[in-house]
Design a protein around this ligand. Structure first.
Ligand code: PLP
Length: 404
């Protein structure tokens, strides 16, 4: 028998499995609040008008071709992306940056880089990375695949439905000096719960005391509050405090470029010489993995961000998505009250970003699916983008039924 016959069936991906189940469900009342992708007020995917216009320009431009990008990607795109994150007046002369396969690919390059170059704390066989509990599920597998020692720090207190700040600080303190700490730049997924600016300040101080390294994952800049500057405040603060941060950026949500796989990975170095050495190593990681990145998404972002009118239009498009999502957040809590729920749902309105972390148990989530054909992850996370005026009352009534 071939070795193939000994291969065990692997588990399906938790989130993509739910998407499949939604697709095959024949109940006409069905609602998908699992997806981490924007839907407009009629429940449809949305191509940003600014993105559409950029695509039309690219199509009409006879100088555009399909040649390979360099290993590190389109350098003009990377520069614009880094300005988007670090600020338009940021000095990038010591920042190494490469194009990546969206946020996932950026995490993977960054994890590989850190695993290879961060000194292992004494007695440890691998570089520890602390990721929040809970976090985006893929973080666990990504950093494990990079050969890192994946550990957790407390993040959320399910009794209060708020940030477990004391637990977070205690766990960062407890970690071996020189660990990597993964932080969500804004709109923490799945909890929608971010530290306050004062808390970020204390986290930064503690990380310095412990000589930890900071990895920022930024998947929602601009998409969270509608203001890309405000959403970058934490990471910019860390840079101003002198941390040599590693940053994974995704343009999946904020530009609606999900399937185009557009992102960057950057490392804030101390000098142009360090930047040059780091760039050379990032390219050595990328070349044997996929040689060079795709060019369509990065060309779109570049076209938008090099044209003032398109940039203005883009910011309005992004704000429109953030505003609709925020209005669904408010409406959900309002309608829950209207249909008779007496629970305290105030945590839902104080959260930000794409998701409401409702606090519902796995059993309640299962009931929502079996009884109402409402599809969500079993941690009680609801994608607000899946709600609209056509289904919000149905969803609120169902939540009230299973939580009453
Ligand atoms: N990081 C976080 C926290 C996310 O929520 C996501 C997407 O859901 C990503 C990274 C990366 O997504 P992508 O690879 O599509 O950019």
């Amino acid at each position: 028998p071939s070795f193939l016959s000994t291969i065990p069936e692997g588990p399906p991906d938790a989130i993509l499995g739910i998407a499949e189940a939604f697709k095959s469900c024949t109940d006409e009342r069905k609602v998908n609040v699992c997806v981490g992708a924007y839907r407009d007020s009629t429940g449809k995917p949305w191509i940003l008008p600014s993105v559409r216009q950029a695509e039309e320009r690219l199509l009409a431009d006879s100088s555009v071709n399909k040649e390979y990008a360099p290993i590190a990607g389109d350098s003009k795109y990377v520069e614009l992306a880094l300005k988007f994150a670090y600020g338009s007046d940021a000095d990038l002369s010591s920042v190494a940056g490469v194009q990546s396969l969206s946020g996932t690919g950026a995490c993977r390059i960054g994890g590989h880089f850190l695993s290879k170059f961060v000194p292992k704390p004494e007695g440890l066989a691998a570089v520890p990375i602390l990721i929040p509990n809970p976090t985006w599920g893929n973080h666990i597998s990504i950093f494990r695949e990079c050969g890192m020692d994946v550990r957790r720090y407390r993040y959320y207190d399910s009794k209060t439905n708020r940030l477990d700040y004391d637990g977070l600080m205690a766990d960062l303190k407890e970690a071996p000096n020189g660990s990597v700490i993964l932080l969500h730049a804004c709109a923490h997924n799945p909890t929608g719960c971010d530290p306050t600016m004062d808390q970020w300040k204390s986290i930064s101080d503690l990380i310095k005391t412990k000589s930890h390294h900071v990895f920022f994952d930024s998947a929602y800049q601009g998409f969270a509050s509608g203001d890309a500057e405000a959403d970058a405040a934490a990471l910019r603060f860390f840079v101003s405090e002198g941390h040599n941060i590693v940053l994974a950026q995704s343009f999946a949500k904020n530009f609606g470029l999900y399937g185009e796989r557009t992102g960057t990975l950057s490392v804030v170095c101390n000098s142009p010489e360090e930047k040059s050495a780091v760039m050379s190593q990032l390219k050595l990681i990328i070349r044997p993995m996929y040689s060079s990145p795709p060019i369509h998404g990065s060309s779109i972002v570049k076209t938008v961000l090099t044209d003032d009118a398109l940039t203005t239009e883009y910011y309005a498009n992004c704000k429109e998505m953030a505003d609709r999502i925020r209005s669904m957040r408010m409406r959900l809590v309002e309608v829950l009250r209207d249909v008779g729920s007496t629970h305290d749902w105030s945590h839902v309105t104080s959260q930000i970003g794409m998701f409401a972390f409702t606090g519902m148990s796995s059993e309640m989530c299962d009931q929502l699916t079996s009884k109402y054909s409402i599809f969500l992850t079993r941690d009680g996370r609801i994608s607000l983008a899946g709600l609209n005026e056509g289904n919000i009352e149905y969803v609120a009534r169902a939540i009230h039924d299973v939580t009453d």
